[in-house]
Design a protein around this ligand. Sequence first.
Ligand code: VGL
Ligand code: ZN
Length: 183
Amino acid sequence: MSQEALIVVDMQRDFMPGGALPVPEGDKIIPKVNECIKKFQKRGALIVATRDWHPENHISFKERGGPWPKHCVQNTPGAEFVVEIPENAVVISKATEPDKEAYSGFEGTELDEILRKNGVERVYVCGVATEYCVKATAMDALKLGYETYVIVDAIKGIDPEGEKRALEELQKAGAKLIECENL
Ligand code: VGL
Ligand code: ZN
């Protein structure tokens, strides 16, 4: 039977207001993301939570010439999830190697293999940040042949213009947009 998966992208403390690399109003989507998780849990979907999981000396950090302040360092409070991740969820850690950046949850992880093993053919993506990890994850899902939905009221971007562009690109690539209440 064809299965579906919800992919919750990087809902971690450092990406929320007050965190090291905040997405403005990123906390506003927390209730929606929790609602999506509950809905998908109820209908027996696979729940996946990706997390940015950097070593202390990650290449994307400013002190190494990268674009970002230090964030989501492994086993620190900033890397903790801020949404309710069910016990049976699959947690995917990404960008775990010092010299490799990875925005997509598929990059350098077992995610594709896990989805295939579970018979997943359709994925729904939510979380932060729309222009970076949400977009990269959804784009890879499309490339890998998954029917891909983006839950538009359960994502948040760094800036509205960038978010709009990202959603246009995603739609052009074949992603479908949906609201949580229509799931
Ligand atoms: C992200 C910047 C750096 C994201 C992760 O989750 O969108 N953005 N690391
Ligand atoms: Zn990062």
